[in-house]
Design a protein around this ligand. Structure first.
Ligand code: FA5
Length: 339
């Protein structure tokens, strides 16, 4: 009995799950279990009365001990956390590197511009690349017989539609949609039939800005342009404002930036002039306001069309515009990773 007891205690100590405890129960107290068999196989008739009493009492003790120990072990196993199955996951292995892409310089400059203008209370408005001839030309005071159309040939589509030549195409749409007063910018892609060179592409980006309110003057326009440039370049830049003609502004200006690639010495990017045409602008022509249903005797405004692609070139020191559309990963990788 002592041997059975010791063996039982060892088996139970090793049983960590409810299933294993049950196996111990069967081994010792089941129909063929060793304690049960011990009781069954003992020939009581051959024992004296004293031996019977002593044997019976020790056997009962053993049974009670086994039953209690089994009940306690069963409860412990039930309360224990379920056995963890192996998931095949080894957290100690070194990680697999993930290659992060980088943002295109145009996206970087666009995001920066949007944030600067949002800080000045401007709304960022989405605008279609595929536009009606009316909004691209007629609505901004460029009727079909106007010579300014010659300078902006583009890809023509069906149904009086075209790939827009400038973001100004969204001026009248925006005034019609949002009403006035308003402060909005609309960055986006433009298309022109262009002889491609280091500073001209057939597909490039502009960012149009539009402010309409009462008493808007050239002073407001200059203040916004100054804020924009100082925030973008984080350094002193030299600009010049000269008269420029655009049928949809009066007066109109060209805001040029002294070339940051050659510091005004003259290079292929600035065509040897030392200046980059960057932001044409002006006060909105009364005919454009009228076309949008805005009374030009009450409201005035200014508009500008920043060359986003050229801004990116100046900011990141990119000498040739063609690099931006070439899709060369070695070029794109040089710009900050977006996390
Ligand atoms: C316009 O497109 C006018 N819509 C801008 C404007 C808006 C004037 C509001 C007044 C008021 P322009 O054709 O000059 O203007 O183009 C504006 C800017 O876009 C240029 O200064 C230049 O930075 C950029 N740009 C024009 N053509 C190209 C091109 N082919 N490749 C790259 N950038 C270009």
């Amino acid at each position: 009995m002592q041997t059975i007891k010791e063996q039982f205690a060892a088996d139970l100590a090793a049983a960590k799950t409810a299933e294993a405890v049950e196996q111990v129960r069967i081994k010792y107290l089941g129909k063929k279990g060793s304690i049960t068999t011990l009781a069954k196989n003992t020939d009581f008739r051959s024992l004296s009365a004293e031996e019977k009493r002593s044997f019976g009492s020790r056997l009962n003790e053993l049974k009670n001990y086994a039953e209690e120990a089994l009940a306690a072990a069963k409860e412990t196993a039930a309360n224990a956390a379920p056995a963890k199955k192996s998931t095949g996951l080894d957290l100690t292995l070194p990680g697999t590197g993930r290659t992060l892409g980088s943002l295109h310089p145009i996206s970087l400059i666009q995001m920066e511009l949007e944030s600067i203008f949002q800080g000045m209370g401007f709304t960022v408005v989405p605008s279609p690349e595929c536009e009606l001839e009316f909004y691209n030309f007629d609505a901004v005071n460029i009727p079909s017989d106007h010579p300014a159309r010659e300078m902006q040939d583009t890809y023509w589509l069906k149904n009086q539609m075209l790939m827009r030549t400038h973001t100004s195409a969204n001026q009248v749409r925006t005034m019609q949609r949002l009403g006035v007063p308003l402060r909005a910018i609309f960055p986006g892609r433009c298309f022109r039939n262009e002889a491609v060179d280091p500073s001209h592409e057939n597909t490039f980006y502009q960012c149009e800005g539009l402010v309409v309110d009462k008493n808007i003057s050239v002073a407001n326009l200059i203040a916004v342009m100054k804020t924009l440039l100082s925030e973008i370049f984080h350094r002193d830049v030299t600009v010049r404002l000269r008269p420029g003609f655009f049928p949809f502004v009066e007066p109109g200006f060209e805001l040029d930036l002294r070339c940051l690639l050659c510091e005004g010495e003259g290079c292929s990017t600035c065509h040897g002039t030392g200046w980059i045409e960057l932001i044409p602008c002006g006060l909105i022509h009364p005919k454009v306001l009228e076309c949008a249903g805005v009374d030009p005797t009450v409201y005035s405004g200014f508009a500008f069309g920043a060359g986003l692609t050229r801004l990116a070139m100046m900011k990141f020191g990119i000498p040739d515009i063609r690099l931006l559309n070439a899709g060369d990963v070695r070029f794109n990788e040089q710009f900050p990773t977006y996390v």
